[in-house]
Ligand binder design. Structure first.
Ligand SMILES: Nc1nc2c(ncn2[C@@H]2O[C@H](COP(=O)(O)OP(=O)(O)OP(=O)(O)O)[C@@H](O)[C@H]2O)c(=O)[nH]1
Ligand SMILES: [Mg+2]
Length: 248
């Protein structure tokens, strides 16, 4: 079982209009500092935040109680003019947890009215999470023949392919910057990642490496996924035949 918390800026659209049209720089600075604070508050509680769109964040919040969420809301309220709405859900797969959180918000299932928290929390289950850290093998070599902008375009096209493939496996993909992607993965996703890597290699001539981490909390799972990825690099750099996938 996995628990997911989705944070979204409350009534952001109408609020942005109040800044007038010379607002884009202000919005970019606000979004960057908001992301920093949200990551800081949740990582202190052993979670990792995935930046979805800049006004929305997904957190694998295994182990966090309603009280933890209230505490984070109080901290954010002190720091920012805007406020956030939180929807919490759980499920057997990451995508199901996302649907449950969405359902809680749509149907106005209130967990804490004062702090804008909706959805469902259940502590009777055992919570686990699997993270797949995918990274392009030797992206640096592509720079010889491609300009920065062209590489970026390829990276975003790949993001879309990873997202589309793994939503079919009830999993959620996030772009982490550079050539890094993380999939909050179901068992089905983990079992099919080698097949996905083969498809991308054959169709697009891009080699991917995938480190997998499993743990109770998302921060631990991400740590293990990145460690797995680094292990693939170490095997490769020692001159041995590298695996495409490594799991801890
Ligand atoms: N989010 C995130 N970004 C990273 C990480 N490591 C590297 N990056 C980013 O990814 C870019 C590419 O770095 P690498 O993937 O190490 O370069 P590479 O040439 O592909 O080398 P290999 O992946 O070892 O084959 C860097 O410039 C960083 O922007 C990481 O752990 N997390
Ligand atoms: Mg790389």
């Amino acid at each position: 079982m996995i628990q997911l918390s989705i944070l979204k800026i409350t009534e952001y659209g109408p609020w942005t209009l109040t800044l007038g049209s010379d607002r884009e720089h202000e919005l970019q600075m606000l979004q960057a500092s908001l992301y920093k604070q949200v990551q800081q508050l949740f990582s202190a509680k052993n979670c990792l935040v995935f930046l979805n769109r800049s006004d929305e964040f997904f957190v694998v919040s295994n182990g966090l109680t309603l009280e933890d969420h209230v505490e984070i809301q109080k901290s954010l309220k002190k720091l920012f003019k805007i406020t956030l709405t939180i929807s919490i859900g759980y499920g057997n797969t990451p995508f199901e947890a996302n649907l449950k959180a969405y359902d809680g918000k749509q149907n106005n299932v209130i967990l804490n009215e004062e702090h804008d928290i909706f959805g469902f929390i259940e502590n009777k289950f055992e919570f686990n999470v699997s993270i797949m850290h995918l990274d392009v093998d030797n992206l640096e070599s592509k720079r010889n023949n491609n300009s920065p902008y062209e590489i970026s375009l390829q990276i975003f096209e790949l993001y879309s392919k990873i997202g589309r493939y793994f939503i079919e496996k009830n999993s959620l993909t996030f772009f982490m910057g550079g050539d890094n992607y993380m999939v909050v993965a179901s068992d089905d996703a983990k079992n099919s990642v080698q097949n996905f890597i083969n498809i991308i290699k054959n169709d697009h001539n891009i080699s991917l490496n995938c480190g997998i981490g499993n743990a109770k909390t998302s921060r631990d799972a991400v740590k293990l996924a990145t460690k797995s990825l680094d292990t693939i690099r170490e095997i490769r750099d020692s001159g041995k035949q590298k695996p495409d996938v490594y799991e801890l």
